[in-house]
Design a protein around this ligand. Structure first.
Ligand code: PHE
Length: 356
């Protein structure tokens, strides 16, 4: 009986050890625990049989049974840990992440070309002390024309194919969608602070649409008024801008022109970046871009005394220069832009916009 019980226990131990080592899940281990060492388990049943033995044997067998119970509990616990390690390992493999791998960039938009151009132009003029201003884009006839030395019905007005607003007429005349940024000149002078160094960038509207014109476009208008301002200052500012915006090798030239609000007046040309101002390409043919070596960028001149007077400034004490150029046109003249139709800027075609 004694010997028998010892064998029985050892056989049970072996059986349990095999069961534990074969177990593949926590659940199986739980079942093994119940089957052998639980309250109604086989090992417990053997221990219950101890009561029938005499004290000496009971102590011996009891000690052995307890040892087996401990061993088996340990075996179960370590198998559990092993299974858990293994499952973490599989998880690590399945959800493997290389934290050193560069991330995937989300698609990123960018500013519209015209916004970029406006920022660039403002920054260039800010460096020589010009402050960006904001004036209305729907304004009185007075600021758009009359105060600029263009009385009602003056034929010079025809150049600005103006949109008039269907709005009540005031002492300052009808309301117009500003056909140029020059409406800012008298408005700025009216502030009564000298000297004036403004750069006004705003939307302009004219009834026109073709490869070089859009009905809504932008201009930037410079105005510098102080004591002793001369044409040389105008030249210097334009030359500075052309070099900063287009590149150090570009030149400017002034061509006589006529505007009612400047005297003398000029049109400003910038040397072509494609043919380097020569007018001829590498193939000795006329340059495809400029044909003459020069690109026309916009108007300028010395502020007319009548304009200064309209702004409350004494033309005997002060003088100034002004210029007004199209933002889109100027930007299109940058080297490598190759935009042959200005309207593409406002088609909102993402394939076009993405290239910049
Ligand atoms: N306002 C003129 C235009 O739109 C340009 C200009 C501005 C000319 C300032 C001279 C001085 O054509």
């Amino acid at each position: 009986m004694n010997k028998n019980m010892q064998d029985q226990l050892n056989a049970l131990k072996l059986e349990m050890e095999q069961a534990v080592s074969k177990a593949k899940t926590d659940n199986e281990l739980g079942e093994i625990e119940v089957k052998y060492v639980g309250r109604k388990g086989q090992l417990t049943a053997v221990l219950k049989g101890l009561a029938a033995l005499d004290a000496k044997k009971r102590a011996k067998i009891g000690a052995l049974a307890n040892l087996i119970k401990q061993d088996i509990s340990h075996a179960i616990a370590s198998k559990k840990a092993e299974l858990q390690d293994a499952s973490l390992g599989t998880l690590a493999d399945a959800e493997h992440a290389d934290v050193t791998e560069p991330g995937i960039r989300p698609p990123e938009g960018h500013l519209h070309l015209v916004t970029v151009a406006i920022r660039e132009i403002s920054a260039i003029f800010e460096k020589i002390g010009f402050t960006r201003t904001r004036y209305p884009e729907v304004d009185w006839d007075y600021y758009a024309f009359e105060s600029l030395n263009m009385p009602p019905d003056h034929p010079a007005r025809d150049e600005w194919e103006t949109f008039f607003m269907d709005a009540p007429v005031s002492k300052k005349g009808k309301m117009v969608l500003t056909p140029h940024t020059s409406n800012a000149q008298v408005r700025e002078l009216e502030r009564g602070e000298m000297p004036v160094r403004m750069i006004n960038i705003a939307k302009c509207y004219r009834r026109q649409s073709d490869a070089t014109h859009v009905p809504m476009f932008h201009q930037f208008e410079g105005l510098y008024v102080d004591k002793g301002v001369a044409i040389t200052h105008l030249r210097g500012a334009l030359e500075y801008f052309a070099k900063a915006f287009f590149g150090p090798e570009r030149k400017t030239r002034l061509r006589p022109h006529h505007f009612r609000f400047t005297e003398p007046s000029f049109e400003i040309d910038v040397s072509c970046g494609v043919c380097n101002g020569t007018g001829f390409g590498a193939d000795k043919q006329k340059c495809r871009v400029c044909k003459r070596g020069w690109l026309e960028i916009g108007g300028a001149g010395m502020v007319h005394p009548n304009v200064l007077k309209a702004g409350g400034v004494d033309p005997k004490k002060y003088s100034g220069f002004a210029f007004g150029w199209g933002v889109e046109r100027t930007y299109m003249m940058k080297e490598g832009m190759q935009i042959d139709d200005i309207r593409i800027l406002y088609k909102q075609d993402v394939r076009f916009l993405k290239q910049f």
